[in-house]
Design a protein around this ligand. Sequence first.
Ligand code: NAP
Length: 452
Amino acid sequence: MSKHLRVAIIGAGPAGIYAGNILASKYPDVNIDLFDSLPAPYGLIRYGVAPDHPRIKGIVNSLHEMLDSGVIRFFGNVEFGKDLTLADIRKHYHAVIFATGAIKDATLNIPGVDLEGSYGAADFVSWYDGHPDFPRTWPLNAKQVAVLGNGNVALDVARVLAKHADDMLSTDIPANVYEGLKASPVTDVHVFGRRGPAQIKFTPIELRELGELEDVDLVLYDEDFPEGWFDEDAEGVTNQHKVMARIIEGWREEEPKGASRRLHLHFFSSPVEILGTDKVEGIKFERTELNPDGSSVHGTGQFVEFPVQAVYRAIGYFGSELPEVPFDDKYGVIRNQGGRVVDEDGSQVEGLYATGWIKRGPVGLIGHTKSDATETIENLVADVDKLVDPAVADTDAVLAELKARGVDYTTWAGWLKLNEHEIALGAADTSHVERERVKVVDREEQVSISNA
Ligand code: NAP
C-alpha cells in the first residue's frame, strides 16, 4: 500500500456500493465518497426492481450494512457534470468510478413507435417504482396491451399490468401508483418474443410467478410450439432452460379458469409496425422461424395483426452518456477495458474507471455486478502508483464547495431519516394489508425529510 487514496464513486446503486465495499477491503487506506443524482441510495433496487419482488429488494439489507459501516460516505441529490464536474473530481480525488447503470430504453426502429400509447418499459418501471424524475400519472386506459421482449423486464411489466392492484398493496408502491393500477381497465396482456419458447431470456423463478397471479389466466398458442420445440440436448441448453420448458409445458396442459384478466405468451413474432393514426390501435408482427443453428430466426413473410391500445417495449435498456467521459454510443457504455476508462484510440484515461451496466451493458442479474466490480477494483489498485495526487487534501472541502454552489445534498444520516419516515408511512396505512413502507416520491420532499 503505497499511498492514502481518495476515490469518488458516481452512482449509489448496487454496482457503486459493491465497488466501494470491495475497494475498502482490498485497499483499506482509502476515503470513499459515493455520489448519486437522486436524494436516496440504492439505484436499481429502489427504482428498477419491481415492487412485488421483495426477495430481490432484500439485497438492500446487505447494501445498507455496507453504507452503515461508515467506511463509505453517501451524498445524494448531487448530479455529476452539473453539481460536481470532472474538474472537481480531479481536484479532490485520485480516481473516480462511474456506476451510473442504464435507465433508458433501447430504441426500436419500426413505423408507429412514436404513437401515443407506445411506451418504453424503462419509463413505466420508473413510474411504478416512484422515480422522482418521472411523471406521477401514467395513462392506464388500454384494455388490450402488447409487451415486446422475452427478458425479465418484459415479465415485470406484463405482471404489473396484469396483476390486480390490491395484490400489489402489500408492497412499497407509492399511493399514486396503486390508484393508477386500480383504475386500469386492462383485460388482456400479450407478451411477444421474436424467437421461440426455447430461446426465452427469462429466469425460472420470474417465469413461474406468471402462473401464480390471482384471477389471471395464462394463454399459450399451439402454433408457437413446433414438434419437438424443446431439445434438451441442443447446444447451450442449461438447467434453467429445462426448468422453464417444464413450466411452459405444464401451462399448455392447463384449462383456463375463467379469470377476469388474461396474460398471453406469443413467440416467433417479430414486431414490424405499430398501427394507428394518432394513437396505438394495433400492432403488426412478422412470424419467424428458427434457423438451422437452433437459435437465430428468419422472417417467414407471414404477417399477423393484433388490436391493442398500448405497446410496451421491453427490448433492453441503454446507458446514458456522462459529460466529459468517453462513451460508446453503439453499445451505450463508457469506453473501457476491464473497467479502466479508455478514449477512442484505446488509451487509458488516467483516474477514470467504470463498473456495472454502464461498463458492460444492461445484462445480468444484480449479483453479477460483484464480479464486475472486483475486476474494476483490481485494475484500479494495480494503477495506484500512477494515480495523481489531488490538489486539495481536506476531505470536507468538496462538501463546502457543493454548499457554496447551493447544492442541497443529502447524507447517510438523512437517508436513515427518510427510511424511517417511509416505514412509518407504511405502518400508518389504514388499508387491510400490512405494508412494510410507502415510498416518498417527490424529490423536494425527500430532500426536506432527509435534511430536516
Ligand atoms: P434481456 O434479458 O436482454 O431481454 C431483452 C429481450 O428483448 C430479448 O427477448 C430480446 O430478444 C428482445 N429484443 C431485443 N431487440 C428486439 C427487437 N428489435 N424486437 C423484438 N424483441 C427484441 O433484457 P431485459 O429484459 O431488459 O433485462 C436486462 C437484465 O436485467 C437481464 O439480465 C434480466 O435478467 C435482468 N432483470 C432481472 C429481473 C429479475 O426479476 N430477476 C428483472 C428485470 C431484469 P432476443 O433474445 O431475440 O435478442
